[in-house]
Design a protein around this ligand. Structure first.
Ligand code: SAM
Length: 274
């Protein structure tokens, strides 16, 4: 039987096509086929570089079924590549099931590393980068999103999120309420593209900026938030003091939201603190 081929997991640009690497181009050119999330989008990338390798659709909905067929091809000796629409496959993108299936069939899976929005954003945000937690996209539903943020409020690592333009305003507001309005944060928008902007400030400042400027709500975003600091205890004490006062005049949920914003303490730490 032939030696199995290799599955190459190839990162592609997140905006600027000049960011594609030489090895990525060679790998894409030499593969028997390229598994792509959106064959139309990847087709544009390939034709820009004059690459005529056939494309295979591999998305969230057909990944399990297609993965088995791809593994058969790999086992027969063909080498294939996996790309996503932009950046590194598997990072908030499909591919995990295919990689797992290939590995468990004994096929070599090899990375061709390159751009990823989360690392690009971390490299320019000016936030602590020694330890960080990538949280991908927050839940779309408001209550689930707030619950997730509450669960992260005490995490000391820099938190990194992806967000879509139609939710960025709401998400920053929820982050200010749940993580504390005075938490240092950064908003990386349209990285490597024409309108690349990296804003920094507290969560309250960034939220106000995005709310007041529709241009800052356009495009693709990475949100980075500094982890809970050592002064977290002092903030919680101040937040509880404010909450107790505000609750005399406001409904508890509004009082907790305001106290969290003013003190920088996470809202969860204030509720039920009386
Ligand atoms: N696999 C990709 C990667 O490695 O970055 C991420 C795919 S995920 C479906 C797409 C999200 O990544 C966007 O909604 C946005 O949050 C973020 N993103 C992708 N490109 C970006 C860019 N140029 N600038 C800022 N964020 C970007």
């Amino acid at each position: 039987m032939d030696e199995p081929g290799t599955l190459y997991v190839v990162a592609t640009p997140i905006g600027n096509l000049g960011d594609i690497g030489a090895r990525a181009l060679d790998t894409l050119r030499q593969a028997a086929a390229i598994c792509a999330e959106d064959t139309r989008r990847s087709g544009q990338l390939l034709s820009h570089f004059g690459i005529r390798t056939p494309l295979l659709a591999l998305h969230e909905y057909n990944e399990d079924a297609i993965a088995q067929k791809i593994v058969v091809r790999l086992l027969s000796g063909e080498s294939l590549a996996l790309v996503s629409d932009a950046g590194t496959p598997l990072v908030s993108d499909p591919g995990y099931r295919l990689v797992r299936a290939a590995r468990s069939a004994g096929v070599k899976v090899s990375p061709v590393p390159g751009p990823s929005a989360l690392i690009a954003a971390l490299s320019v945000a000016g936030l602590p980068s020694d330890r960080f937690a990538f949280e991908g996209f927050l839940p779309a539903k408001a209550s689930a999103r707030r619950d997730r943020l509450q669960a992260l409020a005490g995490d000391p690592r820099t938190l990194i999120f992806y967000e879509a333009s139609h939710r960025i305003d709401e998400t920053l507001g929820d982050m200010a309420a749940e993580l504390g309005g005075d938490r240092p944060a950064a908003l990386a928008r349209e990285l490597t593209k024409l309108f690349e902007t990296v804003l920094d400030g507290t969560l309250a400042e960034l939220s106000a900026r995005v709310r007041s400027d529709p241009d800052q709500r356009k495009g693709e975003f990475v949100v980075l938030v500094q982890g809970a600091g050592e002064d977290a205890d002092a903030k919680v004490a101040e937040g509880r003091r404010l909450y107790a006062k505000l609750k005399e005049h406001l409904p508890p949920s509004t009082a907790a939201k305001l106290a969290a914003e003013l003190s920088g303490a996470p809202r969860k730490a204030l509720y039920g603190s009386e």
